[in-house]
Design a protein around this ligand. Structure first.
Ligand code: PXP
Length: 255
């Protein structure tokens, strides 16, 4: 299981004041010292948090893989082709949303066309590609047909579920992960994962990479980023042993 730490939220704090701190590039160093296997940044068209400068510097300084999230039909694809990060995750982007609200809509032919073109260009450069999708069968089949290396399953519905709704959402993720693997796709997951809810997802054997941002950065305000990343990494390592059956996890007080 690889932990990719999303540092957009560090840049969000900086952009509130349009100043130069806190610097997400320096945060990436601490995340790596805390054991992150990679650094994720989403360069949005509206540049609300991460800036071009951050991605350029990160590409020079990161010791791990950089996973660059971007919308396929944006000019940011040019930057990705120039900088050639280890991985590009293609995500939907809406100007009004607070954060990415769901997976790519692969039922729309225009979206598939844009994605196919982006995947072709990234593939020519041998950049690993991932599509951020909802955990459903049709989206997995489309992802396979489009030729992505991986899918990132959107865990937002699971993270928002409460009480009896949690089990079915987890089962949906587990089933999608199984199907993704059967189709020959690498399976990642992310969005809304926290210290409290991550263990059952990390225990799904087919999931090999998690992208986590908000919860880690929130904890880092109190314990520091390096420690916050390390604590998440420890949880992921122990996850399979902590959950004997999906849904059986109750986080102990302190998480
Ligand atoms: N994966 C994707 C594709 C995302 O857009 C985000 C949010 O930027 C994340 C993972 C991380 O979500 P969170 O900040 O809720 O951990």
């Amino acid at each position: 299981m690889r932990l990719y730490v999303n540092i957009d939220h560090i840049a969000t704090v900086r952009q509130v004041r349009r100043t130069d701190e806190p610097d997400p590039v320096r945060a990436a160093v601490l995340a790596e010292l805390g054991g992150a296997h990679g650094i994720t940044v989403h360069l949005r068209e509206d540049r609300r948090h991460i800036q071009d400068r951050d991605v350029r510097l990160l590409m020079e300084t990161a010791r791990t893989g950089v996973n660059l999230e971007l919308a396929a039909a944006s000019e940011i694809l040019e930057l990705a082709c120039e900088l050639q990060p280890f991985q590009v995750t293609l995500v939907p982007e809406k100007r009004q949303e607070v954060t990415t609200e769901g997976g790519l809509d692969l039922e729309v032919p225009g979206n598939r066309r844009d994605l196919a073109e982006a995947l072709r260009r990234l593939g020519e450069l041998r950049i690993r590609t991932s599509l951020f999708i909802d955990p459903d069968e049709a989206a997995l089949h489309h992802s396979k047909e489009l030729g992505a290396h991986a899918v990132e399953l959107h865990t937002g519905e699971y993270a928002n579920a409460r009480g009896e709704a949690i089990g079915p959402e987890l089962a949906r993720l587990a089933q999608a992960a199984r199907m993704g693997r059967q189709l020959g796709l690498a399976v990642h997951a992310g969005h809304g994962l926290t210290y409290e809810n991550v263990v059952p997802v990390a225990a799904i054997p087919e999931i090999e990479e998690l992208n986590i941002g908000h919860s880690i950065v929130s904890r880092s305000v109190f314990v520091g980023l390096e420690r916050a990343v390390r604590e998440m990494g420890d949880l992921l390592q122990k996850a399979p042993g902590m959950v004997k059956e999906p849904g059986a996890w109750i986080p102990p007080i302190g998480f």
